[in-house]
Design a protein around this ligand. Structure first.
Ligand code: GUN
Length: 283
């Protein structure tokens, strides 16, 4: 039986509708939420993400600013831009788009952002709070993936969730969020031996690897939920980390690419920004 699609497009539109009500309430009081993205260099995928973020801000009435810096910018120049935005009261959410050019220090940039303006939820303080289960902005992609599971009423508690990928942006926070929801969590990565032995045990399988079609049907348990975080470009077309056509015949639920988790990432960025603006205006 073919899996049920978890439709990120429809769900992100619903999230936006709910956020729009909150933005309108702020705007009515003359309070305009603001999101700033700093983009260094010309990475094509990053350009696309940043364009999508700008469009989402425009749909919601959030003030959107993009600071574009040349690829050969220095760490000092990047630091300076972050500090300026930190000090600007019209901006409530800030993110530095990754990947940064190799000579720039991503952790330094991330940690220079004021924790209360950290739209990405990747500041040390916010990841620490998340680890402890305290309220903090949460990394947008894992937050969006969890939102998809919860909206579809897919049980998490007591289930075996297997996350393939251990990046700071996706794999690690995803595993922590699933743990917070009382899943039994396994994290696999590029050095994991006999990967299929783990993925075949997954009730919830999250693929965040960055290799097109890497998760094949023989690696998936019948009736599993498969969340595909991959965003790979093959022959000019986007595809995920999961061999979608084959896996959908085995899984109970699956996210498509495009139209899956990617849409939710942008929606969660908007959510983190609105949340930060509400807090800032509340004083
Ligand atoms: N590049 C790809 N995904 C992300 C993300 O969630 N945040 C940032 N800052 N850069 C990214």
């Amino acid at each position: 039986m073919a899996a049920q699609l978890l439709d990120g497009k429809a769900l992100s539109q619903q999230v936006e509708m709910e956020l729009k009500v909150r933005v309108d309430a702020l705007l009515k009081q003359g309070q305009v939420p603001g999101l700033c993205v700093i983009l260094v260099g010309e990475d094509p995928a990053s350009q696309l993400y940043v364009g999508n973020k700008e469009k989402a801000c425009n749909r919601l009435g959030i003030n959107s600013r993009t600071i574009r810096m040349p690829a050969d910018s220095t760490q000092e120049q990047l630091d300076e831009e972050i500090k300026k935005v930190n000090a600007d009261p019209s901006i409530h959410g800030l993110l530095v788009q990754f990947p940064l050019p190799a000579h720039l220090n991503a952790s330094r940039a991330q940690t220079l952002i004021l924790p209360e303006k950290d739209a990405d939820g990747l500041h040390d303080i916010n990841t620490g709070k998340m680890m402890r289960g305290e309220t903090a902005p949460i990394a947008c992609t894992p937050k969006g993936a969890l939102y998809m599971l919860k909206s579809a009423n897919i049980p998490i508690e007591g289930k075996h969730a297997v996350v393939v990928g251990r990046s700071s942006i996706v794999g690690r926070p995803m595993a922590m969020l699933l743990l917070r929801e009382n899943a039994t969590v396994t994290i696999c990565h590029s050095r994991t031996r006999n990967l299929g032995d783990y993925t075949r045990q997954a009730d919830i399988l999250v693929a965040a690897i960055g290799k097109p079609g890497f998760i094949t049907a023989d690696m998936v348990k019948e009736g599993a939920t498969v969340i595909d975080v991959g965003m790979n470009r093959v022959d000019g077309k986007f595809c995920g980390d999961v061999d979608f056509d084959a896996v959908k015949e085995k899984a109970a639920y699956i996210t498509p690419v495009p139209g899956g988790v990617g849409r939710m990432t942008v929606a969660m960025l908007m959510s983190n920004t609105v949340e930060a603006a509400e807090k800032a205006f509340a004083g």
